[in-house]
Design a protein around this ligand. Sequence first.
Ligand SMILES: C[S@@+](CC[C@H](N)C(=O)[O-])C[C@H]1O[C@@H](n2cnc3c(N)ncnc32)[C@H](O)[C@@H]1O
Length: 251
Amino acid sequence: MLLEHVLDKPRAWLLAHDMDPIEPWQAQQFQVLVTRRLAGEPMAYLVGHREFMGRDFAVTPEVLIPRPDTELLVETALAWLARHPEAAVLDLGTGSGVIAVSIALAMPNATVTATDASATALQMAVRNASRLGARVDFAQGSWYGALPSLARYDLIVSNPPYIARDDEHLGQGDLRFEPRGALTDGADGLRDLSVVVAGAVDRLRPGGALWVEHGWDQAAAVRALFNDAGFNQVSSLRDLSGIERISGGSL
Ligand SMILES: C[S@@+](CC[C@H](N)C(=O)[O-])C[C@H]1O[C@@H](n2cnc3c(N)ncnc32)[C@H](O)[C@@H]1O
């Protein structure tokens, strides 16, 4: 992957030209990337992109690297939108824009808005929407505070930071290189989830739905947040590993 990136050639080309000499500057660039990788830097940041729902999204260390787990959230949103194709959709904490852009491209008659507290993350999302030809409105600010007070939606989706402040995983693997504000809410892992769930009640139209992604052990606590906020049909769905990874409900 690093050599594909440096030479800007696909894997098949590399295999077919495995005895070709490369330029000294290309060898040097490759060595720099290998050194960074050996220090643990995620591949997505080294090559500057990551695939999500079959599309290639640009990513930098300013945004979370999109995870395959999040495809379940998008697939669930698309199943809901198949019954409401002209819905107004809100993606809170859009990061690289993967959720909003995937929904906008799959449902061209939906109106999609995406927010983030981070200006640099939003720039990345704007860039991805424009590269992939998705029509998305963007707004910067903290959760619902980014939006006009009268704005209402039919479907809200969010993958907020849900790792607890003292979770040891924050010091391991790829997470060491990702923006801290995209990973942890700085509290117990449920603080941002509770803001998103409680605030949705005033932002959803009657019959509207909210779906959120959460940690592997948070499903029961998140369903309680939905029930406390007055949602109906509260449920959680399992990812391909059988773990309850998203929860949602309707008003
Ligand atoms: C787990 S990342 C999800 C990124 C992207 N939606 C995805 O699924 O790959 C959480 C995102 O929420 C954003 N965020 C953190 N605090 C926020 C806040 N108070 N208001 C809005 N967005 C926030 C972060 O900047 C980050 O982009």
